[in-house]
Design a protein around this ligand. Structure first.
Ligand SMILES: Cc1ncc(COP(=O)(O)O)c(C=O)c1O
Length: 392
């Protein structure tokens, strides 16, 4: 597949491939990769000097720069490896705080939440003796603030319990942009002390305002739309009171400093991805946010229109409530695909069609989820037109 895109050469993606799944895994631009390689070389030339004397200051500088970019105080910001670990870390810390004051927490997530995070919450609920509910939301219809808040409120039977809500900013499988600030305010109208941990895996880089109003803890990947190397994510506390109770899952050196110093040293490790986040920000900012939004939105909308026209399917959701740079397109199938069939199709798409995408079956309907970043062009989505035939 030849792409006419003028920026694709800034990434090291396989040029024979239409990479249409940035929504699952982002690719690292060459400039950013070189910065990371530089840090790794520095580390390996004199590991003793690196870990003892160079790395701590570099981590402080990187944290400062990235916190400023988000517009939050540095003392409210910590690097974590990824959204999954960050969300579970935050929830465990809030739950631990409840047990200190002998209160029973009530964890609430939604049925549109990320599978891995839901597993982590189940584990916390089991071993920390929390109440745990999943507010059921039906894709694609039950995604407005009133419905979401009503389902969350309905799942909390005991009005006096310490409520901890985990809410996605952009849902994982289904790519819906949830009205998080409104949900927070509506739930707090009934449960004023409800605490909100926002799983914002997709927000940094894609949303102009990645931080919603009223969050307690915000956790977002930097290795997705911002194109930092993996693993790099941010955990941001919404207040000093929350920062005071945040602790890593496995405390180590720096524990006595409290947040964020307690997150800085998780043993000997490769911290070069965190150090490279400022270069990923600089890379993105060669385009204004409006330029990126215009390009990615137009490309992904054209890709969705192209596939719908090839398949004779219709839009099933208003694109205004979808993640700006991702679209779900319904496949023209008589029988929905099973999980195993989806695995087969996605693998075949990569090998035979030379196109990477993500498929999912939600409530008996099967969709392909496509994404766009600056390296994509609308004609690349043509590679997927024969996707429905891959199982034949
Ligand atoms: C909402 C949401 N949460 C968590 C994750 C997991 O991200 P990671 O694997 O970087 O932890 C994803 C992945 O896309 C996601 O969409």
């Amino acid at each position: 597949m030849t792409s006419t895109n003028q920026w694709a050469s800034k990434w090291q993606l396989d040029p024979t491939l239409a990479y249409l799944n940035h929504g699952s895994y982002g690719s690292v631009p060459i400039d950013v990769q070189q910065v990371q390689d530089g840090f790794r070389l520095q580390a390996t030339r004199d590991p003793n000097r690196w870990f003892r004397f160079e790395l701590p200051g570099l981590l402080d500088d990187a944290r400062d720069t990235v916190a400023k970019w988000f517009g939050v105080p540095t003392q409210h910001f910590a690097f974590v490896p990824n959204a999954s670990q960050g969300v579970i870390t935050a929830v465990q810390a809030l739950v631990n705080q409840c047990s200190l004051v002998q209160a029973t927490p009530h964890l609430v997530a939604t049925s549109l939440g990320y599978g891995g995070v839901l597993h982590g919450l189940e584990h916390i609920a089991k071993f920390s003796k929390c109440n745990y509910s999943i507010a059921q939301l039906v894709y694609p219809t039950e995604i407005d603030a009133d419905v979401i808040a009503e389902r969350i409120n309905a799942s909390i039977a005991d009005k006096k319990s310490n409520v901890i809500v985990v809410l996605d900013h952009i849902t994982s499988e289904t790519g819906v942009l949830l009205p998080v600030s409104d949900v927070i305010s509506l739930v707090r109208a009934k449960h004023p002390s409800a605490q909100f941990v926002i799983d914002a895996a997709h927000s940094a880089g894609m949303l102009q305002q990645p931080l919603p109003i009223g969050f307690d803890v915000w956790v977002g990947n930097l290795h997705k739309w911002l194109c930092a190397p993996q693993p790099a994510a941010a955990l941001i506390c919404g207040s000093q009171a929350i920062a005071d109770v945040m602790a890593p899952l496995s405390p180590s050196w720096g524990y006595e400093k409290g947040f964020p110093g307690s997150f800085e040293w998780q043993g000997t490790s490769d911290y070069s991805a965190y150090l490279s986040v400022p270069s990923a920000i600089a890379f993105q900012e060669q385009w204004s946010w409006a330029e990126r939004d215009f390009h990615n939105r137009s490309v992904v909308d054209s890709g969705a229109a192209l596939l719908r026209s090839a398949w004779g399917t219709q839009p099933h959701i208003d694109s205004g409530v979808e993640a700006p740079w991702m679209r779900m397109v319904q496949l023209p199938l008589i029988q929905p695909w099973t999980k195993t069939e989806i695995e087969t199709v996605v693998q075949k798409a990569g090998k035979q069609l030379k196109a990477e995408c993500m498929c999912m079956t939600v409530r008996e309907k099967t969709y392909v989820r496509i994404s766009a970043h600056m390296y994509n062009e609308a004609d690349q989505y043509e590679a997927l037109t024969t996707l429905p035939q891959l199982l034949a």
